[in-house]
Design a protein around this ligand. Structure first.
Ligand code: ZN
Length: 319
């Protein structure tokens, strides 16, 4: 009897092909591990180059990963096989509490649990003709991506006349760090977080409240609103001047006495908070929660928590 050295001596390739068919297409982590398990044969189980492209595209959509904004103008050029093997696999070990392999598994599971219709073999083009905008039609409700609770921005713009790419103005807040380092925590460097959909099931139109703009902020993406899209919409509002009324509403709703002690001078306080960016130097968005759905889109709301206390002894006109 010949010696059996590897699992391939025990399992015929046909059996591995059957096992592969039993793995839900959206369980990206399981497919990645399975693909890597038996190098001599697994690549052939996933087909030729063209078939693999299509497989990983479908798998990424069903696993809750969308396009990056810069790819939307040239979607035909996006290789989802490259996205999986260069971006996703290289980012599984990310040490942010809400990123890496943990987030990838969370979004895959959220897609699987929230969408009750069979998406197997559904292409990205067909996706939103199958998934209705009303989240409760074929789903179990709405789950908000937890990474939206770590959206943050640098305290200051780099200065007058210095052009700032918006990619360098959005980062993931890291609760493990006492001092944040935006340049090393850019959302752009976290492909799993940036690509993952903001909600599960995904939505093409999200309305964001809680910032006390006169109207909710509208976030749209015809291929599904991602974490990146939400970040970017807020980033574009950072320099908007806050009216006294908006400021009062923001402070009243957010325990301002824990940030601005009674000795803080009112005028200095007002001078310290003229924009959303300045407000976010004292508070962070600790979560974005689901509120409701109507024909205009999915309604979400930002909740804040203090991250810094004002110093009433600060010289000058700003805390
Ligand atoms: Zn990451």
């Amino acid at each position: 009897m010949p010696v059996r050295n590897t699992i391939l001596d025990l399992f015929p390739v046909e059996l591995l092909a059957m096992i592969k068919e039993y793995i839900p297409q959206g369980q990206l982590m399981t497919h990645i591990n399975f693909y890597l398990s038996f190098p001599p044969v697994t690549p052939s189980l996933y087909g030729n180059d063209e078939q693999q492209e299509l497989f990983w595209e479908k798998a990424c959509a069903q696993a809750g990963l969308g396009y990056r904004q810069r790819e939307l103008n040239n979607m035909q050029q996006v290789s989802w096989r490259r996205v999986v093997w260069e971006e996703i696999v290289n980012h599984l070990e990310c040490d942010h509490v809400e990123c890496g392999q943990g987030l990838l598994q969370f979004v895959s599971d959220a897609m699987e649990s929230q969408i009750t219709i069979d998406l197997n073999d559904c292409t990205r083009t067909d996706f939103f003709s199958v998934i209705p905008d009303s989240p409760d039609k074929f789903s179990n409700g709405t789950i908000v991506n937890p990474v939206l609770g770590f959206i943050h921005f640098p305290d200051k713009l780099p200065g007058i006349n210095v052009f700032q790419f918006f990619e360098r103005d959005m980062y993931l807040y890291d609760p493990k760090k006492k001092v944040q380092d935006p340049a090393r925590q850019l959302l752009d460097l976290h492909p799993i977080a940036a690509r993952s959909w903001a909600t599960f099931p995904p939505s093409r139109r999200v309305l964001l409240s809680g910032t006390y703009h006169n109207q909710p902020l509208v976030v749209e993406n015809v291929f599904g609103v991602t974490v990146w899209d939400v970040h970017l919409t807020l980033q574009r509002m950072l320099e908007d001047e806050l009216s006294a009324k908006q400021l009062q509403q923001l402070l009243d709703g957010n325990d301002y006495r824990s940030v601005f002690p009674p000795e803080c001078d009112f005028l200095t306080l007002m001078g310290s908070l003229t924009t959303l960016r300045q407000f976010l130097t004292f508070y962070r968005i600790k979560e974005i929660e689901f509120v409701d759905w109507d024909v205009s889109g999915l309604h979400l709301c930002c909740n804040f928590e203090p991250i810094r206390k004002a110093n009433p002894k600060t010289k000058g006109y700003i805390y």
